[in-house]
Design a protein around this ligand. Structure first.
Ligand code: NAD
Ligand code: 0WE
Length: 258
């Protein structure tokens, strides 16, 4: 049985009730995990209030600001986990960012700063958070990140995010190789397109979703709760033999040739 009672799970990347991280947090809670939630703080504290209200029913025992571009916030997040929880079992990395203008047009025209921003936030952050989590995962652990098919295929307009996801998937393999001797597993879920805050800001996302609904074996897209179920599996002892992998949760779309 899928059982996460007694496990402490840190979930990053909840922005609103459509976030994939929100689907994951709900399923980890349902399986009995004790939750810590981080949010991306803004100047006016609007995000803090919004995310706090959303996650309240899951009774998180930690609720912390964590912008991955801010080293102090990362340090303080993991210091708080050490002081309050003593150990960490689960880390969910569910965040990405590229400048909107870099998700359209010619990839060859990407600026140095646009490239760096996308890879700093979307790729480097996994190694950074995993490195901070490692000493706290004293009884082993599970790290799960979110990727997309655009990291292995040239998906129109995904552009620099595709490069970031290719690096993310490679990071999963190097982290899995490094952490395996500590019984810490590292895996990625490659989700099919879902309408979220990040994807809705992308032109043509509805056409992409429509295309998936025609082509995918299951003739539909996936939901954040389905991604959450796969994440709960990868965080549980049911997946104790699995590390370094990319698990497709995409209604089967990836296997199709046409
Ligand atoms: P979302 O907008 O709900 O989540 C993205 C999150 O990234 C937000 O919570 C945002 O606050 C956070 N974030 C951005 N910059 C940050 C920073 N500097 N520090 C900390 N957090 C920061 O959108 P989503 O679609 O749920 O995205 C979550 C993950 O799922 C991303 O890695 C995305 O690439 C991946 N993914 C999304 C889809 C999709 O179609 N929506 C498909 C496959 C994979
Ligand atoms: O990973 C993603 C979303 C990534 C993303 C989206 C945005 C839009 C708003 C990263 N940064 C930003 N920055 C913004 O300002 N997905 C897998 C969803 C997605 O994004 C696409 C897609 C799909 C699918 C972009 C182009 C083409 C397809």
């Amino acid at each position: 049985m899928l059982n996460l009672t007694g496990k402490n799970a840190l979930v990053t990347g909840i922005a609103n009730n459509r976030s994939i991280a929100w689907g994951i947090a709900q399923q980890l809670h349902k399986a009995g995990a004790n939750l810590g939630i981080t949010y991306l703080p803004d100047e006016r504290g609007k995000m803090e209030k919004k995310v706090a209200e959303l996650v309240e029913p899951l009774n998180p025992s930690l609720f912390l600001p964590c912008n991955v571009q801010n080293d102090e916030q990362i340090q303080s997040t993991f210091e708080t986990i050490r002081d309050q929880w003593g150990k960490l079992d689960i880390l969910i990395h569910c965040l990405a960012f590229a400048n909107k203008d870099d998700l359209t047009g010619d990839f060859s025209q990407i600026s140095r700063s646009g490239f760096n921003t996308a890879l700093e936030i979307s790729t480097y952050s996994l190694a950074q958070l995993s490195g901070a989590a490692k000493p706290l995962m004293t009884e082993g652990g599970s790290i799960v990140t979110l990727t997309y098919l655009g990291g292995v295929r040239a998906v129109p307009n995904y552009n620099v995010m595709g490069v970031a996801k290719a690096g993310l998937e490679a990071s999963v393999r190097y982290l899995a190789a490094e952490f395996g001797s500590h019984n810490i597993r590292v895996n990625a879920i490659s989700a099919g397109p879902i309408r979220t805050l990040a994807s809705s800001a992308v032109g043509g996302i509805l056409d992409m979703i429509h295309h998936v609904e025609q082509v995918a074996p299951l003739r539909r897209t996936v939901t954040p709760l389905e991604v959450g179920n796969a994440a709960a599996f990868l965080c549980s002892d049911l997946s104790s033999g699995i590390t370094g992998q990319v698990l497709y949760v995409d209604a089967g779309y990836e296997i199709m040739g046409m």
